[in-house]
Ligand binder design. Structure first.
Ligand SMILES: O=C[C@H](O)COP(=O)(O)O
Length: 244
């Protein structure tokens, strides 16, 4: 059975004090986990240390939002694999569309970051997805195929999560139709050599659409931005009530 990975991506939100408030409210609302469900909080670097303490012994895993491909060096503003695993951090988001769009990430740097994450035992959450224009032009499949072809060179698919995030659905309230997300995720799976890779959907996931999304046969979890900032809302998402 494929693992289900329910991850929050806080992006550039929450101070340390705010992240502690979140965890205090969030943990008591978690229902006992079915064994196949993994919960992850991907938070700003500044909050990793304090949350590692608070999440020790709980069922919540910790994730970062990027990692550099070198272990150390003159790379101002970057953070390396050994720095993350020391905390300890278990997951890392790589290739998010915001990194690709605003910070010049390319498929080549995404591939280097994926390799570095795996070298240090971090599980990468690789984000792929099309722009609105690519969808209108009928280029969704070819774009995602090209991303996967380049990003996954030399990557161990047994230690990987993929998030399908249509860029036009991120932070817009325009969720991708769950059946369409299911179809695209099926196409992504058909490109993988390992059929057990969990593939998430991301893009305006909310407490009121999680059950429908998780009812789809190909969707193995969600990567949640805005709605993961609210403790009761994110608890409702990870406690979703359907299984497939
Ligand atoms: O990483 C998360 C995604 O970008 C989705 O963000 P969103 O849930 O705010 O649309």
């Amino acid at each position: 059975m494929r693992k289900i990975v329910l991850a929050g991506n806080w992006k550039m939100h929450k101070t340390q004090a705010e992240s502690l408030e979140f965890v205090q409210a969030f943990l008591p609302q978690l229902e006992p986990t079915p064994a196949e469900r993994t919960v992850v909080l991907c938070v700003p670097f500044t909050n990793l240390g304090i949350l590692a303490e608070k999440l020790k012994g709980t069922r919540v895993n910790l994730g970062a939002q990027n990692v550099h491909w070198q272990d150390q060096g003159a790379y101002t503003g970057e953070v390396s694999g050994p720095m993350l695993t020391e905390i300890p951090v278990q997951y890392v988001v790589i290739g998010h569309s915001e990194r690709r769009e605003y910070f010049g990430e390319t498929d080549e740097t995404v591939n280097l970051r994926l390799k570095a994450a795996q070298k240090h035992g971090l599980i990468p959450i690789l984000c792929v997805g099309e722009t609105e224009q690519q969808r209108v032009n009928g280029e969704t499949e070819s774009h995602i195929r090209s991303q996967l072809d380049r990003d996954l060179v030399g990557i161990d698919q047994s230690q990987l999560v993929i998030a399908y995030e249509p860029i036009w659905a991120i932070g817009t309230g325009k969720t991708c139709d769950s059946k369409e997300a299911n179809r695209v995720i099926g196409l992504i799976r058909s490109q993988l050599s390992n059929q057990d890779v969990p593939i998430q959907y991301g893009g305006s996931v909310k407490p009121d659409n999680i059950d429908e999304i998780m009812a789809q046969s190909e969707i193995d979890g969600v990567l949640v931005g805005g709605a993961s900032l609210d403790a009761p809302g994110f608890a409702r998402i990870v406690n979703y009530s359907v299984k497939h």
